[in-house]
Design a protein around this ligand. Structure first.
Ligand SMILES: [Zn+2]
Length: 263
């Protein structure tokens, strides 16, 4: 059984056919998904879906692109969401220097505040990094020593990993998992596949980031949770192990990191 560890299932793209998509995903072995928040509103939506569907889990946090109006007073609202059942992480949080949606100083403040909150609550973090690898890693490196040994075992994931190998090595050294998405199936993604092939098997996660980043097999169409199997297939081939083994171990990894019930 597979877990899509990053799917924006609350987005409008899925408004008309969520139940059918979950059934289709289950038919391909994808029985659970984590719906990350990008702000308070999407966090509330993810919580409603988690309350309605057994296999859906939620997170709380401000995506860097949602931090233009961030103030520390909003942290209490994140904390209130994080106290709800089925919240499994603080995220997605991080830095995004590609889109000019929020000044860097704002992004940094929100990122550091939410990391401190995650440490206080004992929750793992889901990290978004777009063209900001050096700053993300330096912030994470400064934060990691504040964690207890138990928290370091479940520190978090660099989601939709797409950075150079030395960034992967530094993240792995801090204890992070690396999440891979549709782009590892793209024709021109040899560099990314090389990174993915070298990640230890106990630190790999599979994600769709749906409705975005559709795998090569359906490129051009909306991404859906069922397609996370293409990511698992590609990772299995890269690591020279059977698909079923990759499915099992990435599921165990997700259960361990996000403290999900074992299947
Ligand atoms: Zn995302």
């Amino acid at each position: 059984m597979l877990i899509d560890t990053h799917c924006h299932f609350d987005f409008d793209a899925f408004e008309s056919d969520r139940a059918q998509l979950l059934a289709a995903a289950a038919a391909h072995g994808v029985t659970r998904l984590i719906n990350p928040a990008i702000d308070l509103e999407t966090g509330a939506r993810a919580l409603r879906l988690a309350a309605h569907y057994d296999g859906i889990y939620a997170t709380a946090g401000f995506h860097p692109n949602s931090t233009a109006d961030y103030t520390p007073s909003l942290l209490a609202e994140i904390e209130a969401q994080a106290a709800q059942p089925k919240i499994v992480a603080i995220g997605e949080i991080g830095l995004d220097y590609h889109w000019d949606k929020s000044p860097k100083a704002q992004q940094w403040r929100a990122f550091e505040d939410q990391l401190a909150l995650a440490a206080r609550l004992g929750l793992p973090v889901i990290i978004h990094n777009r063209e900001a690898s050096e700053d993300v890693l330096s912030i994470l490196s400064a934060w990691q020593p504040s964690l207890t040994p138990e928290q370091r075992e479940r520190i978090g994931v660099l989601h939709s990993f797409s950075a150079p190998p030395e960034i992967a090595e530094r993240a792995l050294a801090l204890g992070f998992y690396l999440g891979f998405t549709g782009p590892i199936t793209y024709k021109k993604a040899d560099d990314l596949r090389e990174v993915a092939a070298r990640v230890p098997l106990d630190r790999l996660l599979i994600e769709t980031d749906a409705p975005f980043l559709t795998p090569q097999q359906h490129r051009g169409a909306r991404n859906t949770p069922a397609y996370v199997r293409y990511v698992a297939e590609r990772l299995a081939a890269l690591h020279n192990i059977p698909y079923v083994e990759m499915a099992t171990l990435t599921t165990r990894n997700a259960e361990r990191l996000f403290n999900l019930p074992a299947e």
